[in-house]
Design a protein around this ligand. Sequence first.
Ligand SMILES: Nc1nc2c(ncn2[C@@H]2O[C@H](COP(=O)(O)OP(=O)(O)OP(=O)(O)O)[C@@H](O)[C@H]2O)c(=O)[nH]1
Ligand SMILES: [Mg+2]
Length: 426
Amino acid sequence: MAAPDVDVFSNEEKRNLNLGGHVGFDSLPDQLVSKSITQGFCFNILCVGETGIGKSMLMNTLFNTTFENEEASHYQNGVYLRPRTYDLQESNVNLKLTIVDTVGFGDQVNKEESYKPIVDYIDTQFENYLQEELKIKRSLFNYHDTRIHICLYFIAPTGHSLKSLDLVTMKKLDSKVNIIPIIAKADTISKSELHKFKIKIMSELVSNGVQIYQFPTDDEAVTEINSSMNAHLPFAVVGSIEEVKVGNKMVKARQYPWGVVQVENESHCDFVKLREMLIRVNMEDLREQTHTRHYELYRRCKLEEMGFKDTDPDSQPFSLQETYEAKRKEFLSDLQRKEEEMRQMFVNKVKETEAELKEKERELHEKFEQLKRMHQEEKRKIEEKRRDLEEEMNAFNRKKVAAETLQAQSLQGLQQPLRKDKDKKN
Ligand SMILES: Nc1nc2c(ncn2[C@@H]2O[C@H](COP(=O)(O)OP(=O)(O)OP(=O)(O)O)[C@@H](O)[C@H]2O)c(=O)[nH]1
Ligand SMILES: [Mg+2]
């Protein structure tokens, strides 16, 4: 029997059928919810802002708790990032929250490199995730995902404009993380000034091409609220965990001699808007954007850097297997070429050394011959001298013998007349 043709219907030909009764796949969303609840969620916030700008206070206010807080000193040599992870629970939902603080940001005289540790930190988290994904035995299910979902950028409430450090840092980060700019300590700036300040900041961000996170407007349920909130950016926030009695209610506020700033009062500041947008409406979108936009970009660049492609030079699909084979071939031929180069280098070196040795040998031989010649000359001279001396000695001996003979004869000649005289006397 012929195999059934599975691709009988094209998309347009798919038919809607009425079910005869309850089947049950309408519970799929509930299954997802229950699975997500069991699994728990993780959310990672990066707070970038100058020392003492109110980062820790805002986190405490946002999550209605007191996280550990260590004041940073203003005398750091550079910027570093301090991550802290907490397990939080609300109703039956578990949240693994990581708050990463920049320590020493804005404290150095030369702030040119201040953005680097932040970029490196974000990249490292992406890299860790990519490494987990590329493992043969992956455990993404219980992997602690440390990728940054949101970067809250704390702008000092100067009322003037953004500092170049703010622009440079946000520009370097905008393709790697969702950025929400916030004006910190907004209680220190007047209402009219704040309005102008917000407009100035937004126009500076636009003119410098800084892409900040836009609350999504494609989901009907949140289109209205998100598009109205996009117009309120950057949020001007006030942080406080102090409870103050206002009317007959205890509210979080900052108390001043001239009055009380209520954190959760929308006519005092944008804290509620931030909490609403960050946690209650768009937390999942921030997580999704991190994965589908920022991480995807990192992954693509990284894999391309490693030589992986989806298509060959003729735009034909190119599988991972083919890329691997091509890379392997390239690597092997490279290796062979390098080996050949090394071999040639070795041969040349040996030849060079051989020639050097031969030259040295020749020089030594020449020296030896010269020494030999000198030695023979010396020997010949000495031999000549010896012969001369011997001749001189012989001549001397001959002369000596002659002299002795002569002496003996003359003595004899003297003694004979004396004997004759003696005989005569006798
Ligand atoms: N006026 C005003 N003061 C604030 C606000 N938030 C925090 N502060 C004060 O600012 C000071 C520093 O606040 P932190 O939250 O410790 O600042 P930080 O940015 O975490 O500081 P480091 O971690 O040391 O860099 C504290 O005295 C806070 O009470 C705010 O919204 N308005
Ligand atoms: Mg702090």
